[in-house]
Design a protein around this ligand. Structure first.
Ligand SMILES: [Cu+2]
Length: 439
């Protein structure tokens, strides 16, 4: 009990960061709370972890084990899913598949073996459309055992809120409109809970910027006007070859880690980071460079992972599973989002053997966006619309665009039942979920 109390006190004292050392343990308390947006008189009622929006950033070292006790103080059940982490299946946080929902007043301890350094995030997988929208999400960083001398390690968790004129979260979820379109898109986009925040940098600094799209449905294409940003990791894993950020569609669930050097002569400059996914670009955040002396730019090479699930593994593999994505009549909401005409939980699932390279084909037969996420694996995009389109990185979430066909390759390495679903929350809740059983 003493240990638990200390943990809570330290968590409350630290504004954003939770820390954990080796074999760390922390407590997450989902509960009702409030969040002040700049345009409203009154704070907005939200759901929060530990009274923070977004929830505390959890940091753990590569190779360590992290234990997170979730104490549910919500009025409804919840679970926590650790997006991107390859962990024990029983810790994956999927109600009805890997665990029972954590009831109000209940507790569940997640033991997470942090095997792979990178940028991950966590969120509920129970009534997820509503619980995520109301603020339940946070970032989980698995730190490399060898720390690189970045000037700053910045985290930007992107979120999208649908608020009314009084600043109240629009209380209807999975509406006909959401289901007919690409889910629930909001009207206020925030970074770390703040609208168009400003970040300070010094000329010469080399910044690792971790971008995480935690929105319900909105896709974001960030463009750094005037700054060069190199992509060093996608969905947590180092890329196989570094490349400049051009037009990267960060769909719900996706993360990119960027390497940005502030030019030595940039003192006093202001750089706007804009979202270019929609026709009308808008500012996500601002980087303000201090008008002061230049700091020495740290020089080092960022790691790449050329051998991580290379495309060559799949040369001989046939497509083991095809999932056709489309809307059908039926389901809980009248409009169902189906995979092979089936709606969760009556799903058309896949079974794969451990260690055998497998190809999956997603066919989007609709004109909507479906960011498909597979739990517990990383995969590589191999083909787009039947033509080779090997990406220089692996993913755990890929945007399947309107009428697009995407072939991906993965190698099952962790046994269990892994959820596979659209990360547009209302599509998932309207049936667009299935599982891959790995034995
Ligand atoms: Cu979808």
């Amino acid at each position: 009990m003493a240990i638990r109390l200390t943990t809570i006190l330290v968590l409350l004292a630290s504004s954003i960061n939770a820390y954990t050392g080796d074999a760390g343990s922390i407590q997450l308390i989902p509960q009702e709370g409030s969040h002040q947006f700049p345009f409203f008189e009154k704070p907005t009622p939200v759901l929060s972890y530990n009274q923070q929006v977004p929830g505390p950033t959890i940091r753990g070292k590569e190779g360590s084990t992290l234990s997170v006790e979730v104490f549910n103080r919500l009025k409804e059940s919840t679970t926590v899913h650790w997006h991107g982490l390859r962990i024990d299946n029983a810790m994956d946080g999927v109600p009805g598949v890997t665990q029972d929902p954590i009831k109000p007043g209940g507790r569940f301890t997640y033991r997470l073996k942090l095997n792979e350094a990178g940028t991950y995030w966590y969120h509920p997988h129970f009534n997820a459309g509503e619980q995520l929208e109301r603020g339940l999400k946070g970032v989980l960083i698995v730190e490399e055992s060898e720390k690189l001398p970045w000037s700053q390690d910045l985290i930007w968790l992107i979120d999208d809120w649908l608020l009314d004129k009084q600043g109240v979260i629009y209380p209807h979820f999975n509406t006909h409109r959401d289901l007919m379109h690409d889910g629930r898109w909001g009207n206020v986009v925030t970074i770390n809970g703040r609208w168009k925040p400003e970040f300070a940098a010094s000329p010469g600094e080399r910044i690792r910027l971790r971008l995480i799209n935690g929105a319900n449905a909105r896709v974001v294409t960030p463009i750094f006007d005037g700054l060069t940003a190199k992509v060093i990791a996608v969905d947590g894993r180092p890329v196989s070859k570094l490349f400049s950020l051009d037009k990267f569609h960060l769909s719900p669930g996706n993360r990119i880690d960027l390497d940005i050097v502030i030019p030595p002569d940039a003192g006093g400059n202001t750089y706007e980071v804009k979202n270019h996914f929609t026709r009308k670009p808008f500012t996500l955040a601002v980087i303000k460079v201090k008008d002061e002396k230049v700091v020495k730019t740290p020089t080092f090479a960022t790691p790449t992972a050329e051998d991580f699930i290379p495309a060559s593994l799949f040369k001989k593999a046939a497509v083991a599973k095809t999932w056709d994505l489309n809307a059908i009549r039926g389901g809980k909401y009248g409009i169902g989002w189906s995979m092979n005409l089936k709606l969760w939980p009556n799903a058309d699932s896949a079974r794969f053997s451990m260690g055998r390279p497998q190809k999956i084909l997603f066919i989007n037969s609709s004109t909507r966006l479906h960011p498909m996420h597979i739990h517990g694996v990383f995969f590589r995009v191999l083909e787009k619309n039947g033509a080779p389109a090997v990406e220089p990185f692996t993913r755990d979430t890929v945007l399947v665009g309107p009428n697009e066909r995407l072939t991906i390759g993965l190698v099952p390495e962790h046994d269990g039942i892994w959820l596979t679903h659209c990360h547009v929350q209302s599509h998932a809740e309207a049936g667009m979920m299935t599982t891959i059983s790995i034995q």
